[in-house]
Design a protein around this ligand. Structure first.
Ligand SMILES: Cc1cc2nc3c(=O)[nH]c(=O)nc-3n(C[C@H](O)[C@H](O)[C@H](O)COP(=O)(O)OP(=O)(O)OC[C@H]3O[C@@H](n4cnc5c(N)ncnc54)[C@H](O)[C@@H]3O)c2cc1C
Length: 429
């Protein structure tokens, strides 16, 4: 078993890389760029790609390696929508803006597929996703959700599944019903992220790994400092998400950093896989502290579902996930767990993503709240549009109000822990 909760170096994703980048040496000395992007996850790589394609001179500074953060560790589910229900957006911005945001979230999924095709990214993209009820309350909520999305958003890609029809997708007695979504799917997140970086390099963007940004001095141009170098840039994009806590004081408290843990089993036989997810869908259950899984192309079960707020893996993590897998799928009784790793998610107070500016020429997108695989790609495209002078679509998101987590740095974590215990309790009812 390989444990990589503190480093991305040994996750199953790192052991199955199929995309090679041009070298990304640490920054040394002073360079100038039109745009300096800080952070090379999906947000940063997509921003760099879309800007470089528009002819901007782009320098990307990454503290570790490309894909080191959540983008290279995630469950790989690409889903329309946000980390919160659309009603949160309706209440804040009204139905019309909520519809715009919903349609852009669908665009985010299409963009992901388009980028994979256009740049020939080998990342195992597959379609089909189940949102599964665990208890009767969820069955009612999913019915309402399907109805609301059709009525208010004219969204028809959600289909009801229960009984034998559900077992054609997932072979377990654990779920009384599910919504099957044709416009959602899954992929290998690290190969996807590296593929975006490779495409950005080919379009002219320059990437520097192991170049942690220590400060951003605002101005025109802005100065972005690393231990051995600096970039002066007309614009700066901060794409550090959960990993960039102390970089911009003005963003402090707008997201909560929360660790998520995943495992990968040993590869299954074709017969076993057909008795787990015969149609190769991804699945999330409807609990607030949710479990989610999918199959890799070599038929490993990639399963996520434990969280912690102090950066340490929860005690008994592996045994708990192991027990869940065996209860869901008795056919996996003897399957071995080959890998375990963790990664950090940035959660906002209302679970809607947080896009905005800290100065006229310093932009950020963060806080996807566990729902960023597709949306981060669109965020990069929207920031590129904005820098090129078309900010209307970015500003629809930037209008979303966000509260800071109360309590300052010391109290924030205990408060979130309390809230999570409440929701865990609620999940049991
Ligand atoms: C375990 C896990 C499972 C997930 N599953 C899903 C899923 O199935 N579906 C889904 O939609 N979302 C999922 N997510 C969330 C999703 O992965 C993220 O929303 C998305 O990847 C965010 O991308 P990003 O580029 O904004 O941030 P990241 O990918 O986190 O990238 C930020 C980068 O910034 C770098 N950085 C930080 N500080 C600095 C600095 N000072 N200088 C330079 N670089 C810096 C970091 O090293 C990092 O590489 C999951 C997340 C985790 C952790």
């Amino acid at each position: 078993m390989t444990d990589s909760s503190s480093s991305a170096a040994a996750s199953w994703y790192r052991d199955s890389i199929k995309v090679e980048l041009a070298p990304t040496p640490a920054l040394e000395g002073q360079v100038h760029a039109d745009v300096c992007v800080v952070g090379a996850g999906i947000t940063g790589c997509s921003t760099a790609l879309h800007l470089a394609e528009r002819g901007y001179k782009v320098v990307v500074l990454e503290a570790q390696e490309v894909g080191y953060g959540a983008s290279g560790r995630s469950g790989g589910q690409i889903l329309p929508g946000l980390g919160t229900d659309m009603s949160t957006v309706e209440q804040a911005l009204g139905l019309s803006a909520a519809r715009d945001i919903w349609e852009m979230s669908r665009e985010a999924v299409r963009l992901t597929a388009d980028l994979i095709k256009q740049h020939d990214i080998p990342c195992e993209l597959a379609w089909g996703y189940l949102h599964a009820a665990v208890k009767p309350r969820h069955v009612r909520e999913l019915r309402e959700h399907q109805d609301t999305m059709a009525r208010k958003y004219d969204y028809r890609a959600l289909e009801w599944r229960e009984g034998a029809a559900l077992k054609e997708h997932v072979v377990t007695d654990a779920y009384p019903a599910a919504l099957w979504e044709s416009e959602a799917g899954h992929l290998h997140p690290l190969n996807y992220t590296l593929g975006l970086a490779r495409a950005a390099q080919q379009a002219g963007a320059v990437f520097h790994g192991f170049s942690p940004v220590s400060s951003i001095e605002q101005g025109t141009p802005a100065r972005v400092l690393t231990p051995q170098g600096q970039v002066t840039a007309d614009s700066v994009v901060v794409a550090t998400n959960a990993y960039g806590d102390a970089l911009l004081p003005r963003l402090s408290g707008r997201v909560m950093r929360c660790a998520n843990y995943m495992i990968a089993t040993a590869p299954m036989s074709e017969e076993q896989a057909a008795l787990v997810l015969p149609r190769n869908d991804a699945l999330s259950d409807a609990n607030f502290v949710l479990d989610y899984y999918r199959l890799s192309a070599d038929r490993r079960l990639i399963y996520g579902g434990e969280v912690s707020y102090d950066g340490r893996p929860p005690r008994g993590l592996e045994a708990r996930i192991d027990g869940k897998i065996r209860r869901l799928f008795p056919v996996l009784n003897d399957v071995q767990i080959d890998y375990r790793w963790g990664g950090d998610v940035a959660i906002t107070f209302n679970r809607a993503p947080d896009f905005g500016r800290v100065a006229a020429n310093v932009y950020y997108a963060q806080g996807y709240s566990g729902h960023g695989m597709a949306m981060a790609g669109l965020a990069g495209k929207l920031m590129a549009e904005t820098i090129a002078g078309q900010s209307e679509r970015f500003d629809v998101f930037a209008a979303m109000p966000h509260r800071r987590f109360p309590g300052g740095r010391l109290l924030r974590t205990p408060l979130l822990l309390l809230a999570t215990h409440f929701y865990k309790l609620r999940d049991r009812l």
